[in-house]
Design a protein around this ligand. Sequence first.
Ligand code: SF4
Length: 723
Amino acid sequence: MERRSFFKIIGTASGGMLTGACGNKARQIIPLLVPEREIITGAEEWHPSVCRECGAGCGTIVRVMEAERKTRQGNENVRERIAAIKKIEGNPLDPVSGGRLCARGQAAVQALYHPDRIRGPLKRVGARGEGRFEPVTWDSALEIAASAVKKAVDKDPARIVFLTRPEASNRSAAVASFLRALGAPPASTTGLCDFEIERQAAEVVFGWRGLPVYEIQDADYVLSLGADFLGGWVSPVFYARRFGHMRRGRPGRRGQLTHAESRFSITGSSADRWLPVRPGGELALALAVGYVLVTGNLALANVAAGLRNGFASVDFERAVKISGLPAEQLRQVARDLGRSESPVVMAGASVVQSNSLDAVIAASALNLLLGRIGSKGGVIPPVEASIAEFADSRAHTVNLLRRLESAELVMLDSANPVYAQPASAKLLARAPAIVSFSAFIDDSSAYADLILPDHASLESAAVVVPDVTPDRALTGAQPFVHPLYDTRATEQVLAELSKILGRALKIDTPEDAFRKLFAGNKSDWSDAGEFAKYCNRQGGWWTESSRSAHASPRFELPQLREAEFQGGAAEFPLNFVPYPALQFGDGSGAHLPWLQELPDPASSAMWGLPVEIDPKTASRIGLKNGQMVRMISPSGQIEAPAYVHPAAIPGVVSMAIGQGHTHYGRYASEQGANPLTIAAPLTDPQTGAFAFGATRVRIEKLSQQDRLVQFSAVDREPELHRR
Ligand code: SF4
């Protein structure tokens, strides 16, 4: 769909807003293409909201354009009041977005008007996974769902599996209360892009609950180890703003960035130095750098003896070998860190390996060696959550396949396990009951017995505690658009189910949440109602807060070890690195045409994602850009076009996650291949996180040439082959 056509698809904004403006209420919702000649544009309004496309919780403002439509009703010419949501931008007041947004946040408007949204409750009529449904009334759907819940509770509530998005919000609080009342375990995530490894590492190393905040805007030297913070890691808009300040916001003082990752990511390409570490070698890299800091007297003098001795006893030669990097390069990084006035190490696992928790622990511990806890330009603890109940209800990673194996009832809320961990498909196929709250028929809801569709986020009330923020924050959205279809907010559906089951469930509206905030805080406001109104008007509440920068480390430094991979090196000679795409995140953005059209940062491919292969390997197999290849792992095989990536590490092939959905609307279904299909079913043993980078593959050339659609006209491949 073209952008121009897209803007012609219109719905109506809230009656309140329109009435306030002109005294006339919109007559009806018009989810149709309306010819431009019929529209007289009117005044614009901006409404605060919050982006729900990832857990970062960026505050947004949404441009709503009023209009009148000239139309005929019977013999009468009438003017009908309508309104269209035109654009989403960052809320300048919000400390996370600071007035900016990423492409996914901007494209969220397309989810509202998407032609394949589910328009009312559905009951499955086809086989599991086939995606065939028939409409059913809400009354009947709720009865069926309540009976499935009751059956599961009677059998064993511990076998209810509720999968949801990794977010701290009024939604997560409602889900937690619902499950608590049933005696069921807390909700969990599908394990992709939920940053559970980073959370657990922060707790182990610093004793902090939540994600650390890196003050890179004031740093002179940043080592980002496995954290693709410009490409989707944790809170990309927030860190991109801080990175911009570090580079250009301080005249005469430009901070340096060294980035270590097994692929040339967008963060790697923005760095002064990229360290192409071998997959799974991040732990070795962190330990080797720590060894040089300690033995080269570059670490703080008063570092705890256990930590100092742990780093000092690292087998440096072996660590260098596992990392795949030259020893001198690692020594130089340690010297740069040790000699910088204001260094910091960002510790992340954008691609999860079987030793990622240890790697993030070791990388985080470098900040202890450098004395960077609570320092300007260092790392600071997460702020105390504005509403503890929301933060406590955030879903965590579990060993998903193990949980699904014995599931009696699976409930899916903005979670797509079949895409994230394709091995879960056969477990869903035999689950006794599945209820989905998805707004689209996707890979997983195609297995559901019942779909109780959620509103689009722009139609929903939401209050979110952002993942990473410098200030205490609660970001809220009022539903300023009437739902276009017969959908219901999932928290409302959970309350209705609870009522049928004879239990009570209280849901927090943004107003309630802000009132709670008022009760728990001293502020200049004397009246809770006025305070809530003020928060709703500006899109949230943010305040500076003091935080204790104290770290209480209680851990032993992890031992040097290699990551585990599925597949022997003789049969499967290449490491495979599937990675969350900038444009699609965990794959959930693939249904939006703007994101499909966004050129991939690595290959500039649009409407398709290739396998990125280094020039030497490509030359050995005889591959050129666009040549179709079959990639085979011990878990399966996929076919995709090749892209000869000039900066790919020899022996490491990568592919962005996002395409290859079996079901996900007309723009994403059956489009390309899902790289997770061939990922090894290995997990980080300590967190249960899906180690989707733990796979080895081999590549076979196929005879056909695919049309790899690239935005860039410059093809660098021939030049590389001449070298
Ligand atoms: S980082 Fe992007 S997708 Fe995530 S909340 Fe912010 S704007 Fe939305």
